[in-house]
Design a protein around this ligand. Structure first.
Ligand code: HDE
Length: 718
């Protein structure tokens, strides 16, 4: 910590930050040897430097978050496009386009411990703290729009079921075990979220390539005191993309920090993650017009029924300076609201309003965590709260109560008209009762809607995810109950899952109704079809959230001595202009010479990287270089694995020979002069059409995954 000038040790002192001191500010002349009796003697109690250093170290950890322990965050800014939200809300940061609001956003997985891998199958947290001119507002959301349970009182059960089993603390960061599926199979309300979690949405390619959702229905309040129901959305400008399940398994070993590193490096490179902020709005008078209850967090509002209006943009443009001080100590709370935004009676949200503050008390050690820099509002804080563990503020004067006359009545309350927070004046009445509303009882319509909105490839991935997750379940009764539950979503899916996990479909009492048009078992509590709903929602398919931008993608470039310099440089330049990073990979680290004058530095050796960390692969020509690569098993493995994961492969001039060496099932060798495009494999024998080749590569990268290859490579190991 800097001392002010009056505290300088000497007039010409260069500044105390350069010198090692104790926490009392005393300069230290040796931090490598403890104070001993003789150089081989026992350590002395009086070694205050040793004791202070060790005591601090012993207390360096705080309890990790019970959920969302593994996370990464970034600073940024948010701004609305215009003042059009004024008719719905008085929140200044949502209505005044001249205000740039600082934000801090933390992304996380839910289940794994703090040191677990980024690429596990899981929901992702997407929590944003807006440091607004009216105080802090937190939007603590997820990358999926619905949640497992309807009432927060079930949250401890859900989390206990999915966390590692208590007797042996296994498995880490995974739902694929008996206790989780035991719970799910007994809780039909979870099935809609389960469909999301078993889809590729649970395997995001990047935090900048996933949507964010506030999940609950909130209320917006305008300056006349009128309320509207609202759901909040984040739409990434980089589009929505996922990696494959097989890749996630391998990335967990090759780079467990995959998403964290991607976020960090993108920001360092100036490729700032950007998200548009969207709202869906429903009038209070329309509360009961829908086939689902607006207060039920297992339901989404189909965008085809209630469009998302994009009202502003968030840009994440600065990495934290210190992980612990900022990312670990940041404390979110859905109850951090500003005037113009209010909560609803959603029983899941109501439980959260209790839980977050409560958890911060144990995690951050007391009630003064709001004084930690990352949690401090950017506006003045003034109240009569005092003292407590680790209090930082030095309150002056003798008045710490209200009303008072000795302090001129300050701090004073603020009238509503001048920006004081007033809760929405909602009329509520009813008997005290532990009961679920009947309007919450339809658990299957939206799960089916989600499934029916997926592409055939996405459906296949959901099936494979069920096969993996339930295949790991040991208790047959749980597997059977799960098949029964899935049958309520889609009969064909249930039958195929049953086959793959060795469940006798007919033995478990599922009766397919003859002539049932939608092939779903009819739920007696199915919603009123006369109310607003849709059977298919295209907005739920990732395919419909692609972006034009390729920025942030990474291409593996395989090189050996003697590569074609011109082809490589032209390709690299083309990728650079798109914001795509090319990474040179070779047998060993060092420098390589092509057929030109310049040398190229190798970024990674085969030992230090893996194909699963890239979005595609490119090999330029050059006779000696191709001859060398074709004998390198690691290079051939990278090509085969890239092929298996359906990513773009570009082979030019002599590199086309690699088609014969690698095992690209279904790909015919190219003998033509023109660019040959075959299931995302771009090859060109004659490099006179080099520009066409690079453009074809770009287009194939834009398509991202060439799923037609999956038919050829089913379960073939790379
Ligand atoms: Fe959380 N949740 N949650 N949650 N949640 C926490 O708060 C809780 C829920 C979410 O990056 C905890 O500070 C209950 C839904 C995110 O720091 C804890 C219920 C959604 C984060 C907690 C829910 C979320 C948390 C753990 C059911 C999406 C990470 C540490 C009633 C809308 C925030 C902490 C960060 C964290 C409780 C359900 C999102 C224990 C009781 C639904 C993104 O307080």
């Amino acid at each position: 910590m800097k001392q002010d000038d009056t505290n300088s040790r000497k007039d010409n002192d260069p500044g105390s930050e350069d010198h090692l001191t104790t926490n009392q500010g005393v300069r230290i002349n040796n931090t490598d040897d403890s104070l001993k009796v003789g150089s081989r003697g026992p350590t002395l109690m009086e070694d205050f430097h040793f004791r202070e250093k060790m005591t601090h170290f012993d207390h360096e950890r705080i309890p990790e978050r019970i959920v969302h322990a593994r996370g990464s965050a970034a600073h940024g800014v948010f701004r609305v496009y215009d003042d059009s939200m004024k008719k719905y809300t008085k929140a200044r940061f949502l209505t005044d386009p001249s205000i740039e609001t600082p934000v801090f956003t933390r992304f996380s997985t839910v289940v794994g411990f703090r040191g677990s891998a980024d690429t596990v199958r899981d929901v992702r947290g997407f929590a944003t703290k807006f440091y607004t001119v009216e105080g802090n507002y937190d939007l603590v959301g997820n990358n999926m729009p619905v949640f497992f349970i309807q009432d927060g009182i079930k949250f401890p059960d859900l989390v206990h079921a999915i966390k590692p089993e208590p007797h042996n603390e296994m498995p880490q960061a995974s739902a694929a075990h008996d206790t989780f599926w035991d719970f799910i199979s007994l809780m039909p309300e979870t099935i809609h979220t389960i469909m999301w979690v078993l889809s590729d949405r649970a395997l995001p390619r990047s935090y900048s390539m996933m949507e964010g959702f506030g999940v609950h229905t909130f209320k917006l309040i305008n300056s006349s005191g009128e309320a509207h129901f609202v759901k909040f959305h984040w739409k990434p400008l980089a589009g929505v993309y996922s990696v494959t399940w097989d890749e996630t398994q391998k990335i967990a070993g090759a780079d467990p920090d995959f998403n964290r590193r991607d976020l960090w490096e993108s920001i360092e490179m100036g490729n700032y993650p950007e998200y548009e902020f969207g709202v869906q709005i429903i009038n209070e008078s329309e509360e009961f017009d829908f086939a689902f209850d607006l207060l039920d967090a297992t339901k989404l509002w189909p965008e085809e029924l209630v469009p998302v209006k994009k009202i502003g943009k968030m840009v994440l443009n600065r990495n934290p300076d210190n992980f612990f001080a900022e990312t670990e100590q940041v404390a979110f709370h859905p109850g951090n609201l500003v005037p113009g935004i209010d909560v609803t009676n959603d029983p899941l949200l109501q439980a959260r309003l209790f839980s977050y503050l409560d958890t911060q008390l144990i995690r951050l050690g007391g009630p003064n965590f709001t004084e930690i820099p990352i949690n401090r509002p950017h506006v003045d804080v003034s109240n009569n709260q005092r003292d407590g563990h680790m209090r930082q503020t030095v309150n002056k004067g003798r008045v710490s109560y209200s009303p008072n006359s000795l302090g001129d009545g300050k701090p004073m309350t603020t009238p509503k008209s001048e920006g004081g927070y007033v809760h929405y004046n909602e009329k509520v009445e009813g008997a005290k009762i532990r009961e679920r509303s009947i309007s919450f009882k339809d658990h299957f319509s939206q799960a089916t809607m989600f499934y029916n909105s997926q592409t055939p490839t996405d459906k296949k991935h959901i099936l494979e995810a069920f096969e993996f997750e339930l295949g790991k379940v040991e208790a047959m009764a749980i597997r059977e109950r799960m098949v029964e539950l899935i049958a309520n979503v889609d009969i064909d899916l249930a039958k195929e899952v049953a086959k793959r996990i060795n469940v006798e479909y007919t033995s478990i009492g599922i009766i397919e109704k003859a002539g049932d048009a939608d092939k779903n078992i009819k739920d007696p509590l199915a919603p009123d079809k006369k109310k607003k709903s849709v059977d298919v929602s295209p907005a739920l398919s990732q395919e419909n959230h692609r972006a034009n931008s390729l920025k942030g993608r990474k291409i593996a470039v395989l090189l050996a001595e003697g590569f074609n310099d011109n082809e490589y440089k032209t390709f690299k330049k083309h990728m650079d202009t798109l914001g795509v990073k090319t990474v040179v990979i070779s047998k060993m680290l060092g420098e390589l010479k092509g057929n030109g004058a310049d040398k190229v530095s190798v970024d990674k050796s085969f030992v230090t990287t893996s194909s699963v960390l890239y979005d595609g692969l490119y090999v330029p020509g050059g006779a000696a270089h191709i001859q060398a690569l074709s004998k390198q098993g690691d290079a051939i493995h990278m090509i085969n694995e890239t092929y298996k994961h359906c990513k773009v492969i570009g082979l030019i001039s002599e590199a086309v020979n690699l088609l014969g060496v690698a095992d690209l099932s279904g790909i015919k060798e190219s003998n033509t002069d023109g660019v040959n495009i075959n299931m995302g494999v771009i090859s060109l024998v004659d490099s006179k059409d080099i520009t066409d080749f690079n453009t074809s590569f770009e287009n194939a990268l834009r398509r991202y995954r060439h799923w037609d290859r999956e038919d050829y490579i089913e379960h073939v190991p790379a």
